[in-house]
Write a protein that binds this ligand. Structure first.
Ligand SMILES: Cc1cc2nc3c(=O)[nH]c(=O)nc-3n(C[C@H](O)[C@H](O)[C@H](O)COP(=O)(O)OP(=O)(O)OC[C@H]3O[C@@H](n4cnc5c(N)ncnc54)[C@H](O)[C@@H]3O)c2cc1C
Length: 346
């Protein structure tokens, strides 16, 4: 298994030293991917209080000023769970917008890269690594960026980058790339923008028929975790592929979404949701009571295909801590380490 977790201390320097692709990639489109859900938050808080018979008891609950006071009073009155949920919803209300943007770039000459690689992007003097999210067959390049509040570059990309701006692009780089076509199924595990390299790979796999080997279809699974539904990059694109391709199984795992909508899909972390889709009879080693229970648990979706750990190539990407947990979980399922590729960032 090859785990590449890049260290922040050296990462930015390394990026600045990558070969130059162009000093002047032109921004052709910037799309904000998350939504303003503040009205939904306000409704959800009112509804949650009503469900607990607490409407009217604490005065108006119309906005953040009311909620701050409300939370401490709920705790004092013995309703800590209600207070916790209101805190989570209030955080969602307060967060900057947008949190997620996709950016298309045009270069003078075509750039050769392999699905899964990343580039170093410099804007206004700051360079950072961003995975290429488009298929290598496309003429333009695409990245998707999540705002790190207080960060130097990602808030600038989310707030200021505009069509016709020029950025410097270096690279391409990275070893988290598609392995040779095999008869095995593919399982992609990601949180948030960790899905960007997999968007490139999945597009490429279907465009080039790599979802088939010796006339047999390979199942392609994507487990993608986020807090809220609109934090899922490329959610509409993945849903479209799932509609069009019988062998593509998209499993969003949304830990907070039921607070805001009638979401009835997976709410577990990716590494736990994955277990429900594994063929339990193919796992020989006990994983511990909690994980064994999950292994025998029923999926929240109507996906019927089951993952055989002996017959998969696994790819994992996201923030470092999550990638470690994912890789550990997948190894415990019995996936041979040589068939697990992973990359962590941040
Ligand atoms: C190989 C690779 C590929 C990457 N691909 C993508 C991508 O496709 N999309 C994307 O949005 N980002 C990606 N990143 C992360 C990206 O390079 C930046 O680190 C990120 O945008 C934050 O930059 P910043 O200048 O805003 O924050 P900084 O000013 O660099 O950081 C501010 C603070 O936030 C912390 N921090 C940095 N990144 C994160 C994070 N992701 N989550 C939580 N805390 C963080 C830092 O440790 C620091 O304390 C990738 C990183 C690597 C190494």
């Amino acid at each position: 298994m090859e785990t590449q977790v890049r260290k922040y201390a050296s990462q930015h320097d390394a990026i600045a030293d990558l070969p130059l692709i162009t000093e002047s990639a032109r921004v052709t489109r910037v799309t904000k991917m998350d939504q303003d859900r503040r009205p939904a938050v306000t409704d959800a808080i009112r509804r949650w209080l009503a469900d607990h018979g607490l409407t009217g008891r604490y005065g108006p609950v119309d906005g953040p000023d009311d909620w701050a006071n409300l939370r401490s009073r709920l705790v004092a009155d013995g309703h800590p769970a209600v207070a916790r949920r209101i805190s989570t919803l209030a955080e969602r209300y307060d967060r900057p917008k947008p949190m997620l943007a996709r950016v298309r770039l045009e270069t003078e000459r075509d750039v050769d890269f392999v699905a899964g690689q990343y580039v170093g992007l410099r804007y206004d003097g700051t360079s950072r690594a961003y995975s290429l999210a488009g298929s290598p067959t496309r003429d333009d390049m695409e990245i998707c960026v999540r705002r790190v509040p207080g960060g130097r570059l990602s808030p600038r990309i989310c707030d200021d980058l505009a069509v016709d701006d020029e950025v410097t692009v270096r690279g391409p780089y990275g070893d988290l790339v598609l392995q040779d076509t095999s008869p095995r199924d593919m399982v992609f595990l990601a949180t948030g923008t960790g899905v960007a390299p997999f968007k490139s790979m999945i597009d490429y796999v279907f465009e080039t028929g790599r979802d088939e080997c010796d006339g047999e279809k390979r199942d392609v699974w994507l487990f993608l975790g986020a807090a809220w539904a609109d934090d899922l990059p490329y959610r509409n694109e993945f849903r479209r592929v799932a509609r069009e391709r019988e062998n593509f199984h998209f499993v969003p795992c949304l830990s907070r979404e039921p607070y805001l909508s009638d979401w009835d899909g997976e709410t577990d972390y990716v590494q736990h949701a994955l277990l429900k889709y594994v063929d339990a009879s193919a796992v020989s080693t006990p994983m511990g009571t909690l994980l064994d229970d999950r292994l025998r648990g029923d999926p929240e979706t109507d996906e019927s295909a089951a993952i055989d750990p002996a017959n998969v190539d696994v790819y994992a990407c996201g923030i470092n801590a999550m990638v470690y947990s994912l890789v550990a979980a997948v190894e415990r399922l019995g996936v041979p380490p040589a068939r697990i590729e992973s990359e962590g960032f941040g």
